[in-house]
Design a binder for this molecule. Structure first.
Ligand code: NAP
Length: 359
């Protein structure tokens, strides 16, 4: 397998640090450039972090002394150094949209964790096990951008990363209505308890913009390809409440769902356990062997015990029961900065690389 040089834009942030840990020893990708804001530019990566490294593993030696570049001012230089970039930045949305398109127009594919392009109709929003075929819109995006190689491909929001896969495996039953309440970790806001002490012994019932994303993004993921764009699905109806809880990593969801067809618990658990996607078929380096794990124990999945399942790339499901209003209810869990952010971005890049989009 050919190796590709990659850049990380937003390398000093919470998601950027995850990218570093996942890409430092990646079999296909080699970290060749790190970028962040003008505040970090010109410093070594360690200096730019200034004590902000929050990963549980050591700062990899290969990036410690790399000089951080300015994501905007140095964009031509960066695009010339790498074959693609991973992008996770905290900037105004219009600036992110412009920055990502600028890299794409310089023939540098962008794998984005930002929300800015999630509803651009010719930008695929890919969960690799669910909608790998949406990558086909890249052809029409390239026509719009006037590129041969450059494109933007995005990851969905971390809040829906546990329940959309669990529901997708049951799509054959005809899902009509869904209610989801998410219990989201503080790393989802780029924070630790040291930097957000108000979250200790506290629950905050608002995550700005998250409920809209949780309800609308699944519609694009389940959308259809028509005339070079993705047309969002119109069903099921989803209602979501998103709550910040005092947990470092891992988003849990309590989910209720109604279907056109009935199925026994045994059949539903079988659908989860037998679900396989393109990453498993292609045996991509970051793909979990078993995407959806069902726990029979009544008190699982638990955030502390189960978030790191299969390198934090699997989805855990448990507590399947009948429901008095909906047909079923269950609980699901995924790691928000691994499967829900950087890990999902790396898996998306591996998929598009294996499908020839980086050549
Ligand atoms: P974060 O920890 O606050 O990090 C923000 C990063 O953006 C830093 O590297 C920062 O660089 C950089 N940045 C800020 N202004 C910039 C500018 N003008 N030009 C270039 N870089 C700039 O944020 P995060 O949690 O990693 O989130 C980053 C993005 O990923 C956001 O769009 C977020 O919505 C998305 N996301 C996060 C999660 C999650 O679980 N945390 C999940 C999914 C998606 P400096 O250090 O130089 O300031």
């Amino acid at each position: 397998m050919k190796r590709y040089n990659v850049g990380i834009i937003g390398a000093t942030g919470m998601v950027g640090q995850r990218f570093i840990t996942l890409l430092a020893d990646h079999p296909w990708f080699n970290i060749a450039a790190l970028a962040a804001s003008g505040r970090s530019a010109g410093k070594t990566y360690e200096e730019a972090l200034g004590g902000r490294w929050v990963m549980k593993t050591e700062l990899p030696e290969k990036v410690r002394n790399m000089v951080v570049l300015d994501a905007t001012a140095d964009k031509e230089k960066i695009a010339g150094m790498v074959d693609c970039v991973f992008c996770a930045v905290d900037m105004p949305k219009d600036e992110i949209r412009a920055l990502e398109e600028a890299y794409a127009r310089m023939e540098c594919p962008v794998f984005s964790n930002n929300s800015a392009h999630r509803f651009t109709p010719d930008v695929p929003m890919i969960i690799p096990e669910i909608n790998p075929e949406h990558a086909q819109v890249i052809e029409s995006q390239r026509k719009r951008l006037g590129t041969k190689r450059g494109f933007v491909s995005v990851k969905s929001n971390c809040s829906l990363q546990s329940y959309v896969p669990a529901l997708h495996a049951l799509k054959g039953l005809g899902i009509t209505e869904v209610a989801a309440c998410t219990y989201q970790a503080i790393s989802g806001a780029g924070k630790t308890f040291e930097r957000w002490p108000e979250m200790i012994d506290n629950v905050i019932p608002l995550i700005k913009g998250e409920e809209e994303k949780s309800e609308q993004e699944p519609m694009k993921i389940w959308g259809t390809l028509e005339n070079g764009v993705i047309v969002p699905a119109t069903s099921p109806v989803i209602t979501a409440q998103c709550i910040r809880v005092p947990v470092s990593d891992g988003h849990m969801a309590a989910v209720f769902a109604k279907f056109e067809k009935k199925a026994s618990h045994e059949e539903i658990i079988g659908m989860w356990q037998n679900f396989r996607g393109r990453p498993q078929e292609l045996a991509l380096p970051s793909a979990p062997k078993q995407f959806i794990h069902y726990f029979e124990e009544a008190d699982r999945p638990q955030t502390g015990l189960d978030r790191n399942l299969e390198g934090g790339m699997a989805v855990s499901v448990g507590r399947l029961r009948d429901d008095a209003i909906f047909d079923i209810r269950f609980v699901s869990l995924s790691h928000n900065t691994l499967r829900g952010a950087a890990g999902g971005g790396v898996l998306m890049a591996e998929l598009l690389c294996a499908e020839g989009y980086l050549d």
